[in-house]
Design a protein around this ligand. Sequence first.
Ligand code: NAD
Ligand code: DAU
Length: 347
Amino acid sequence: MPKILVTGGCGFIGSNFIRLVLETEPEISIINFDALTYAGNLANLKEYVNHPRYQFIQGDITDSQIVAQTLAATQQSEIVDTIFNFAAESHVDRSILDSRPFVNTNVLGTQTLLDAARKFGIRRFVQVSTDEVYGSLGPTGLFSETTPLSPNSPYSASKASADLLVQSYVHTFGLDAVITRCSNNYGPYQFPEKLIPLFIHNLMRDRQVPVYGDGMQIRDWIHVLDHCRGILAAWEKGHKGEVYNFGGRCEKANIEITRLLLKLLGKPESLIQYVQDRPGHDRRYAIDCSKAERVLGWVPEMNFDQGLQQTIDWYRSNQAWVEAITSGEYRHYYQKQYGQRLGSDSK
Ligand code: NAD
Ligand code: DAU
C-alpha cells in the first residue's frame, strides 16, 4: 500500500485532494502534514480523523527536524513513496501586506522538503504550483509550460522560486519531481479571503463586495476537484522533471463572476463596490492545458455554472464552518485589507 505525505492538507486544495484520494484510491494511505496557519483547518477533514488510512501530524515544512522525524518514524513502518507539496502561503493580497511568510514557507519550506526527499529516498516529489508564475497575459494568448517565468507579486515570485529549486534538484541530484501549475480554483472549503468565497460570504450577509479596479481582470476558473484529479494524474503518469499546466478553459472577468453571484444569490447590483485596485494587479491569466490532456489523459470536467451553484449551496449548508473561521484573525485581516477601501461596510 503506497504511503504519501501531503503537506498543507488542511487547506482548501489539500483537503479536497485528501478526500478524493481516500474516497477513490483504496490502496493509498496518507500522512497529512500541516502547520495549521490561519488557512489550515482541521474541520476540513473532520470526518476522516479515525480513518485507518489517514494520519495527521502538525508541523511546519520549514522545520527540518520535524520533517525528518516524520519521515524517519514512517520509514520504520512503511516508506513514504511520494511527497505532495501543497503547503504554502497562498493569498496574493496578504503577500502585498507582508511578503516574509511567503518567502519562508514557499521557498525555504520547499527547499527543506526537497532535502528531506533526497535524504529519505522518496521516490517522487510533486510540487503544486500556480499559473501566476508566468506573470500576466495581454488580451490574447495562453500560458503554456514553455512560457518564461515572469512573476509579478511576492506570492508568485515565491512560488516561481520554489519551482526553480525543484527543477534544480531534478537537474543536480536526479530527484524525481513533477511540477503542476494550475489556474484559479473554486469549490468547497475555500477560505473566504479569495474572490469567490469572499463574495458569497458577503452577499449572503447583504454586505458590499469589493471589486478591485475596473473589474475587467480575467482569470481561468477550474473546479478544485478537476485540479486534484490533475495532480493525481501528474503523479501517476507524469514524466520526471516535467511541468504540467491545468486550467478550466473557462476565462471570466471578475465583474462577470460578481454579476453571476448576485444573480444566483438573488442580490441587487447596488452591493457592488468598485474599490482601489490591487497593486501590481495581473490583468489576465489563461491556461493552455493541452499537454496535460495529451500526456496525462486528463480533461477538466466540471461545468462552471453548475460548479458555482454547488459551491454556493455548500457555503449555505456549512454556515458553522464559515462562522468558526471568520472571527478573530479574519476580522483583523478584513479590516486591514478593506477598511479604507470599503469604509463603514468593512465592519
Ligand atoms: P490554502 O491557503 O487554502 O492552504 C494552505 C495550507 O498550507 C494550509 O492548510 C496551511 O495551514 C498550510 N501551511 C501554510 N504554511 C505552512 C507551513 N510552513 N508548514 C506546513 N503547512 C503550512 O492554499 P490552497 O488554496 O489550498 O493552495 C494549495 C497550494 O496550491 C498552494 O501551493 C498554492 O500555491 C497552490 N495553488 C492554489 C490555487 C488556488 O486557486 N487556490 C491555484 C493554483 C495553485
Ligand atoms: O491563478 C492561481 C492563483 O489564483 C493561485 O495561485 C492563488 O493561490 C489564488 O489565490 C488565486 O490568485 P488570485 O489573485 O487570482 O485570486 P483572488 O481570489 O485573490 O483574486 C481573483 C481576482 O479577483 C483577482 O483579479 C483579484 C480580484 N479580487 C479579489 C479579491 C479578494 C477582487 O476584485 N476583489 C477582492 O476582494
